[in-house]
Design a binder for this molecule. Structure first.
Ligand code: DAH
Length: 353
């Protein structure tokens, strides 16, 4: 039986050399260490041996079993190593290849321009005041000193939302400019202390709407940034200083500006502000239409009627106001020729900024 054990051991170890994958390794285990393997049969037959032979055969049989188990474990480890090696070859990762670029979104050119304007006025102490896009005729026109049938209304054809005999002269409309926010803001500030209304220093940005024939120069919706400063002893000098400084911060330190007399019902006196053409430096070119100047905003001293409509006594308080179009400013700056590009959502346009 000892000889038989040697044969069993040698056969098993020899056939283990041919085992090259996990499946045949398991088959090998069943064949050589399993319940009905020759080795286990030796254990079964032990009882029929003469008593003196049993310990010798028993010890040898256990040694053979242990030897086969060790060989099995080693082969199993070797196979795992091999499989890992193969995996590393076939699923090799080249970390030197360039990665896939993430595409970042960006801010719309109008938003970028608006934020630049907020930044400049924030540095000068102006807060942002948001006001509604849907207005009544009273706020959009009347309280700003445009009575019904005033000829200045001609410039601001409107989208009416609610008309009819019940509303009379006060239809609901989409605001045609950000100026009605001046009244809302002044009333809100004045309500804090009606006998001594606090000073106001705000900008009012937002979308405006006009019933326009849409062309490359006219859109029916556009942003405006209104500005309002009210307090005691505010003069036209403050208006000119603030806006000239704005122009230098927005368009470059060297830029010159000029004010031309104009008319708005809600300011007196009223002016339009031009900056020296930054394309040609004032010599005259296509962008400035040979004039050397670019018009960028309307402004003026707040009309006494508007001050008192806002709750500010015009004998004690004065103020200045202005209104500009950020899309128009972006058009001048980047020489955008068609205002319709802003809201057409064409990525070829938007991705340029
Ligand atoms: N609201 C005017 C418009 O849309 C722009 C404007 C002009 C606003 C002069 C002002 C101002 O505050 O003082 O045409």
């Amino acid at each position: 039986m000892l000889e038989q054990l040697e044969t069993i051991s040698q056969d098993a170890l020899a056939s283990l050399k041919d085992v090259q994958d996990e499946e045949s390794l398991q088959r090998w285990r069943v064949a050589h260490l399993g319940r009905s393997s020759p080795l286990m049969q030796v254990f079964d037959r032990m009882g029929s041996l003469p008593k003196e032979e049993r310990p010798v055969v028993g010890r040898r049989a256990n040694e053979v079993k242990q030897g086969l188990e060790v060989a099995y474990t080693q082969q199993s480890e070797a196979l795992k190593e091999l499989a890992l090696g193969r995996l590393l070859q076939t699923e090799r990762l080249d970390v030197t290849l360039p990665g896939r670029a993430l595409s970042h979104g960006r801010l719309h050119i109008a938003t970028q321009t608006l934020r630049q304007i907020y930044q400049i006025f924030a540095e000068m102490g102006f807060q942002v005041f948001r006001s509604r896009e849907v207005e009544t005729d009273e706020f959009n026109f009347q309280l700003l000193n445009f009575p019904p049938n005033h000829p200045a209304r001609e410039m601001q054809d409107s989208f009416y939302i609610q008309t009819g005999s019940d509303r009379g002269d006060d239809p609901v409309l989409l605001r045609t400019h950000t100026s009605p926010g001046q009244i809302h803001a002044m009333r809100q500030y004045a309500a804090m202390d009606p006998d001594n209304p606090p000073p106001v220093r705000i900008i009012l940005p937002g979308m405006c709407f006009r019933y326009e024939q849409v062309t490359h120069r006219h859109e029916m919706q556009f942003n405006q940034v209104e500005g309002l400063a009210v307090g005691e002893h505010i003069t036209m000098g403050d208006l000119k200083g603030t806006l000239s400084d704005f122009a230098r911060r927005m368009f470059g330190q060297g830029v010159r500006s000029r004010f031309r007399a104009s008319h708005f019902p809600f300011t007196e006196p009223s002016a339009e502000m031009d900056i020296e053409c930054f394309v040609c430096g004032g010599v005259g070119c296509q962008v400035c239409k040979k004039s050397g100047w670019l018009e960028i905003l309307g402004c003026g001293m707040v009309h006494p009627v508007v001050l008192s409509n806002g709750g500010y006594d015009p004998l004690r308080y004065s103020g200045f106001a202005f209104g500009m179009g950020p899309e128009r400013i972006a058009m001048l700056r980047y020489r955008i020729e068609d205002i319709r590009s802003f809201w057409a959502n064409d990525l070829r346009f938007l991705e340029q900024f």
